[in-house]
Each structure stands twice: as C-alpha cells, then as structure tokens.
Ligand binder design. Structure first.
Ligand code: SF4
Ligand code: MG
Length: 328
C-alpha cells in the first residue's frame, strides 16, 4: 500500500549536491490468490525496484506491505512468515543456481532448512518438486548439475526450489527474457499452471506487453516510477487509455526480440533524479497540453476497473481520435 522508494545518489566531485532517485512513487497493488498480475514497463521504469520492495529485500521510503490484511512490519514473526511465503524468481536462472551443486542439492536444502521433510522422505519430496514444474523426477535428472541443463530446465529448477517452502506468492522478474524464444512459452505456461493448480498469486514483471496479455489477469503499466494505467490485461491491450500504453503497444512486440522495444522518435524515459514536472510522460507525449507540464494527472476511471493517469480522461478534455504510433 502506497509504496514509495527514493534512493540517495552520492555525488563524486566538487558539487556535492545530494540527489535523489525517485524510483517508485506511491504504488498500491493487490496480489489475490490464483491470479497473475503483470507489471509492464521499459527498463528504468522502476518495475524491478517494485518487485524488490515486495520481497523486503529493500525497505520502502514510505508505504507498507500487508499479508492477508495484516501489516508485515508489525512483528519479527510476521516478517519471517512473509519472507517464506513470498518468493522471488530471477531473470537469469544460471546466476540463481550454484554451479557446484546438483539439482538434488538445490531442492533438498530448502526442504531441510524449513523442516518440510525428514531425512527419509527428502528424496521423495525433491522428486515431487520436479514433477510440479514438469521436469523428469528420474535418478539421471536429479543428479545433474546446472551446466548440464538447458536454460528452460534451469529456470524450472529455480522455480521448483522456490516451491519447496510452499510460498503463496511468486514474484517473477523478467523470468523468460533470457531464455530462447522457443522455450519461453513453456515457462509462461508453467507459471499459469502453478497459478491455477497451486492457487499461487503471481507478479509477472516484464517489458513485453504481449506476454502480459497472454499470461496476466490484471496489468499495471509503469512509467518513470509511477503506475500510469491499470486494469484487466485484455482491456488494457485491446483499448489502451494512456498515451504511453498506446505507444508501448504500437512498438509492436516481436516474439524473437530479447531486448526491450525502443520507442523510436519519442525520446528516452526520463532520468528519475529530476523527473519531469506534472505528468512525467509529457516530454514524449504526442497529446501534451499546457496543464500536463504543470500538474500531475490523478488516476481517472476510463472503463470498468480500468484507470489511467492522464488529463485526456478528465471531464474538461476529450480523447484523441487517433492513437500515436511508435514512429511518432
Ligand atoms: Fe500526455 Fe498529458 Fe496525458 Fe500525460 S497527462 S499522457 S502529457 S496527455
Ligand atoms: Mg529490471
């Protein structure tokens, strides 16, 4: 609720002015069980910072985390419980697995630590974890090392290891962007299966709005540390209300691309040290009006459950007839 993160930047050199990166500004979101919520944005939009705030890896400047409505900061016990129940899946499955340890080690260790298995049933439990992520529970597979696995298998092992402690929330930060195109869909489908079968709440962080449409129930579009549009994922992609979402969509997703799309002709995302005044998108917005430079637009309802922070949707202004294009 109302999560905000400002990082101080330490200046080297004579000026010594204290500067602050406004990475995440007043974001509230809910992660209901058995749903996928996507956070979509370009690099530097603050989406990974938001995911890290949700893991407690970093502390918010203001705002709070709640688990089943109870503030997580209320006790050390609540914080520990939250840490167990909320698991972060990283972009690079190679870096999250230890090269000198086998698949078995990666799965049995959390089972032991969290006393979810006695010595006798460690092996059975580890094999069950492999089945839950559609990997072979065979002797041959469980004794393999990370370098003997494909990228997709590594990401599945990393997810299986997370499942060992029976989390309720998976935070997946660009979980498929480093994988080959041919296996991305399989990992997205696994996330969808886990959502449905294990009723996990999943936060899916991505720069790829097309994959968000494929996987997510709800989507939040982030720009320069703020949520500029949110609502049902299909609604946002079929009828985007914010000019930035329209621009993201028109920079048509190419399934073969590993890099985030470049929104050509409309400049780069702003520095978060001195974000633009008013609407932070105004320097790149084809519809910017005088008010946009002066005042930050509040979240305005545009359809059922769909909200956009853009002055075009206030009563005094009318929406444009033609959406902008990536080429401007
Ligand atoms: Fe563009 Fe103004 Fe809307 Fe911002 S508030 S997106 S500048 S029209
Ligand atoms: Mg990131």
């Amino acid at each position: 609720r109302h999560l905000t993160k400002h990082f101080p930047v330490h200046q080297i050199g004579p000026s010594r002015t204290r500067q602050v990166v406004h990475a995440v500004e007043d974001i509230s979101l809910a992660l209901p069980e058995a749903t996928v919520t996507a956070v979509v944005g370009e690099s530097g939009s603050g989406k990974s910072t938001l995911a890290r705030l949700l893991t407690q890896l970093i502390a918010p400047t203001s705002g709070e985390l709640l688990l089943d409505g109870v503030p997580v900061g209320s006790s050390a016990k609540a914080r520990r419980e939250y840490t167990r129940l909320v698991h972060l899946v990283l972009q690079d499955p190679f870096s999250s697995l230890n090269a000198v340890h086998s698949v078995r080690y990666h799965l049995e260790r959390p089972l032991k630590l969290h006393k979810r298995a006695g010595r006798d049933d460690l092996d059975t439990k580890a094999r069950e974890l492999l089945e839950r992520v559609s990997l072979s529970p065979s002797e041959r597979f469980i004794d393999k090392y990370p370098h003997e696995l494909s990228g997709g298998q590594r990401q599945r092992v990393a997810i299986a290891r997370g499942l060992a402690v029976e989390p309720r929330v998976l935070l997946a930060d660009e979980p498929v962007s480093m994988l080959d195109v041919s296996i991305r869909l399989g990992v997205l489908n696994l996330l969808d299966e886990l959502r449905e079968r294990e009723r996990l709440a999943i936060l899916y962080v991505t720069h790829d709005i097309a994959s968000a449409r494929y996987l997510a129930d709800t989507a939040l579009v982030m720009y320069a540390g703020q949520v500029v549009e949110s609502g049902p994922a299909t609604q946002i992609t079929d009828a985007p209300a914010h000019p930035y979402t329209q621009l993201l969509l028109s920079a048509a997703p190419d399934p073969a691309r590993t890099e985030p799309p470049v929104l050509r002709g409309r400049g780069a995302p702003p520095s978060l040290v001195n974000p633009p005044s008013g609407c932070r998108f105004h320097p790149r917005c084809p519809f910017a009006m005088a008010i946009c430079k002066e005042a930050a637009p509040p979240p305005l309802p545009v359809a059922t459950d769909q909200v956009a922070a853009c002055w075009l949707h206030s009563a005094e202004h009318t929406a444009p007839a033609d959406p902008p294009t990536a080429a401007g």
